[in-house]
Design a protein around this ligand. Sequence first.
Ligand code: HEM
Length: 366
Amino acid sequence: MGYQWPVLSTESLEGDPRLLQRAHAVLAWLVQHYAHSTPTDGSEPIRIPKSLAVPLVRVSKILRMAPILTFADTVLWNARPRDPRRPLSMDNIQIEKTFSGTEDEENFYKASASVELRGIEAIQIIHRYLNLDDPQDRINESGLRSDLLRLKSVLEELTELMEGVKKAVDPRVFYWQVRPWFNGSGSGGGQRWVYEGVAESAVVDTSGPSAGQSAIMHAIDAFLGIDHRQLRCPIPSVRKQHGDSAFMDRMRKYMPGLHRDFLDRIDDTQVTIKNVAMERNGLREAYNGAVKALKRLRDIHIRVACLYIVSMARSEPSDGLQRRETRGLDVARGTGGNHVASLLKAGRDATQKAILHLFVLGWVSY
Ligand code: HEM
């Protein structure tokens, strides 16, 4: 056996969340590079050396997140101020690491970072709601109405930011040079990875990074009462059902534990904004406006995903672009291993269903 790098202790990092996040990002990027650069004939799993696997699993346990490259590593902890003396804003942001060295990959992360930055206002709105003593108290009605209207405009701006990706990222570069790096262990039937020195049970969540792991959209969904677990109606054919209902739940395991705690807090709300909107004429329209804006965002996102993945899966790399090996990946799946179009349509339909309609006995959503 050749030289093995030592397994370093993470003890000195363990009291400092920033150092733990940094360790997760550095180790997860290294693991991803290692797995995608190791020569293989595809017959055996890829063995991730102990020196990377053991500390990554350890810091992931403390951060309560999956021990693999996640949205946090590629976007949240990969975007930093160009000038640290000024606050973080889109004019003052730089991306630290890319796989491909292309501007398209940087811009892809920046597009998500811009949604995160703009999405802060949505989190503030939700936070205000969670801190109300009694959301049903009439005294809160005008504040809730104006927050729902603000949420609608935030969602409209997020939709524009999402569309902006088309100007900044070439679909061919994304599909052929960037995306193959995102595949995790066994993504879409691809090759499995074995983490040396780690019990198999500690490494179960190993899909690649996806913006589905961003807490912003999950928080907005939870706040508005979008139920992704409901079955689609009419029920799609068995072939199209893959990954529909459990996807959003699964993606939560890839978030830092503190983000998940915030989502759990929203889920645990006794009286939801939807309950209040059902009872108050003055709020219903504002609530429906926010839900419709979220549905429109998902419509646009489906178009973007189809342009960058579904149509590109049928294309060949051109203009001298080098095709990166996809290591067995089923090309029309998302990095989470999902059938892209049906998964995203299920999310859009679940959003649509939250819209409140007048029923003989009161207001309902279907
Ligand atoms: C080139 C641009 C983009 C492509 C190709 C793309 C593709 C995808 C795909 C394939 C999925 C399915 C989940 C998976 O397995 O990964 C997904 C989910 C998701 N993406 Fe994107 N995406 C893009 C940009 C964005 C941006 C800028 C955001 C903003 C944060 C975003 C937010 C989401 C969310 C929240 C989900 C979870 C499903 C949902 O909430 O409807 N995406 N995306």
